[in-house]
Design a protein around this ligand. Structure first.
Ligand code: ADP
Length: 590
């Protein structure tokens, strides 16, 4: 893990070296000022004052040069140090995003998107703050603290010893307080996350809130989270106040010690007044670095924890990967064969007796090229899972799925997924224009190709009625379009992709009759000439399918044409008759 972390410094090595060198120079200059002043003052008060006064011009010039160098170093450390951190953060963000893009569906089943977002935003910020501040702080603060004490010990060992003792006691107290501060900060972060998620949930579900007239309930829930956040902030500021007061008390005690003990030592001629002033100058020099060092332990822990979480993601090998040297899928006719397929999700279901129940259980199916297979059966029977296995969203546990005789696991995922078009019930549109959403099927498509796809998907006429036509922004998840319109944009997207194989999950109840007719028509047009698997809920689709397969508990319990299945008088026939009897069938088919 440490090696991987260091690898992010490598491209920024020049900045890192510059940053470190400037930090060193900064610390050395800061450390030298009290000494320069001491020498000057010592000279002025002694017999050599005339010589000092003569050289004052040169000394002033030297000091100006030192200040200029210090200013330049401060600029480099502040600006370039942060730039180095930002570049590392940008690289990590890209790596994390690329890794998420590589992950298979099973990963997204186990992790929620808020958690993944937090990694990309919060963790990376912490990691990169640590990456550039910690080395710089460590150098500057250590040199200033150790250097100051070494100098003080050479001037007046007794006074320096007492000061070191006082400092150690306060550092111990501050470390303890800092630990408490961390717990309070952690609590604070949990509380703000609660407030944010409450807010997000409430805003996203605003239609539900209003339709149930539950604004008061939501207000109370939000108010509760908000109060808890406030309480944790009040707690945080108390702890922070105590910490800063302790730091101030440390500085105060050090000054008191040099005034009392220093006064005593001056009275006994053991140190000079100039020495005492030098001590006072060094107190202000090392008090801040001590506070910074104590605080840096928190940043260090946050950065390490953040990087560990990020490393976990980066090290996670995607469950589904191309076999080395895998060829592209060669589509000849587009025939699909499921041979004795078994599959369970990683979050496996268990029966009442605790046994594992496979979601797909020795399933066999053949869909001839250009034909349509309708999957029907009870909800939870395994229809969607059967479809998800074809583009390798998940890999089968046993058996094989072949397209034109090629096992889907032996060809590249890219060629496989390019060959398959998917229209789901729950359409996802990106927050862009209608044109961009349709062009998602083929980013380099021309305007006329996009329009042609929209025409075939029965959505062109509607788009033309919009004031901004194809440039209309669809809103988050396509919220500015109706269910049927979203479906048809999604169908246009697949028209443009022009795949040989189609998987359709028919929308069930979300559409009104008119939209439904338009969507059905578009789907029928899309399916023409392509090998199609459709999770069918509509009788019209089911009847026109070449083959109908009833799937129950992950098995194909019967298959054939509508007439064959009716003649068999099995499950399908029962279902079909039920549809005529009333809506009870919906419960069976959806
Ligand atoms: P259908 O499409 O026939 O309604 P599904 O294929 O969606 O059935 O589901 C089959 C079974 O698999 C159900 O019991 C469902 O709860 C389970 N299931 C579906 N998707 C997942 C998933 N991503 N993770 C775990 N279990 C799942």
């Amino acid at each position: 893990m440490f090696k991987r972390f260091l690898s992010y410094y490598r491209p920024q090595l020049h900045l890192f070296i510059g940053d470190t060198a400037c930090a060193l120079v900064l610390a050395a200059i800061d450390l030298s000022f009290p000494i320069i002043l001491r020498t000057l003052a010592g000279g002025l008060f002694s017999e050599g004052s005339a010589a000092i006064l003569d050289a004052l011009g040169m000394i002033a010039l030297g000091l100006i040069v030192l200040y200029l160098v210090r200013t330049a170093c401060r600029y480099f450390v502040s600006a370039q140090g942060h730039i180095m951190g930002a570049r590392m953060e940008s690289q990590m963000r890209q790596d994390l995003f690329d890794q998420y893009e590589r992950m298979s569906f099973s990963y997204f089943d186990r992790h929620n998107s808020a958690e993944m977002m937090s990694r990309v935003v919060n963790d990376l910020f912490d990691i990169c703050e640590g990456a550039h501040h910690l080395p710089e702080w460590l150098i500057i603060c250590t040199i200033e603290i150790v250097g100051a004490f070494v100098i003080l010990f050479t001037i007046a060992p007794i006074l320096a010893g007492v000061m070191a003792g006082i400092t150690l006691v306060f550092v111990a107290i501050m470390v303890h307080q800092n630990y408490r501060m961390r717990t309070v900060y952690a609590e604070n972060r949990v509380r703000i996350a609660e407030v944010n998620s409450q807010l997000q949930d409430s805003l996203a579900g605003m239609r539900v809130v209003k339709s149930f007239a539950n604004e008061e309930v939501e207000r109370a829930k939000f108010g509760h989270s908000n109060e808890r956040y406030l309480a944790s902030k009040v707690d945080m500021y108390h702890v922070m106040g105590r910490y800063q007061a302790t730091s101030a008390l440390m500085t105060g005690s050090l000054y008191a010690a040099i005034i009392i003990l220093g006064g005593y030592l001056i009275a006994h001629n053991q140190i000079s007044a100039v020495d005492l002033a030098t001590f006072a100058l060094y107190i202000s020099l090392f008090a801040t670095p001590i506070e910074t060092l104590v605080n840096s332990t928190e940043l260090f822990q946050k950065a390490i924890a953040g990087f560990r979480r990020m490393d976990e993601v980066l090290r996670h090998a995607p469950d589904i990967a191309d076999a080395p040297g895998a060829p592209d899928l060669v589509l000849e006719r587009g025939e699909i064969t499921y041979r004795d397929v078994c599959f369970s999700y990683e979050t496996r279901e268990r029966t009442d007796t605790g046994e594992e129940r496979p979601v797909i259980d020795h399933l066999n199916l053949t869909i001839r090229a250009g034909e349509t297979l309708a999957l029907v059966g009870p909800s939870g029977g395994g229809k969607s899972t059967t479809c998800a296995l074809l583009p390798r969203f998940y890999d089968v546990d046993a058996g094989t799925i072949e397209i034109d005789g090629q096992d889907v696991r032996d060809v590249t995922q890219e060629s496989l997924r390019k060959a398959i078009g998917l229209v789901q019930q729950d359409v996802y549109l990106f927050d862009g224009t209608i044109r961009e959403n349709i062009a998602y099927g083929r980013p380099r498509a021309s305007d006329s190709e996009i329009e042609q796809a929209a025409r075939r998907a029965n959505i062109h006429t509607f788009i033309e009625t919009l004031p901004e036509g194809y440039n209309t922004v669809v809103g988050e998840r396509g919220s500015r379009l109706s269910g049927g319109q979203k479906q048809r944009v999604a169908i246009a997207r697949v028209f443009l992709k022009d795949p040989s194989i189609l998987i359709l999950d028919e929308a069930t109840s979300a559409l009104d009759n008119e939209s439904e007719a338009a969507v059905q028509e578009a789907l029928a047009e899309l399916a023409r000439g392509r090998t199609t698997i459709v999770i069918a809920h509509r009788l019209s689709t089911i009847r026109s399918a070449d083959v109908i397969a009833t799937v129950e508990q992950g098995r194909v319990v019967e298959q054939g044409t509508h007439d064959e299945l009716m003649a068999r008088d099995g499950t399908y026939a029962r279902y079909y008759r039920m549809q005529f009897e009333g809506d009870r069938a919906a419960a069976w088919a959806c």
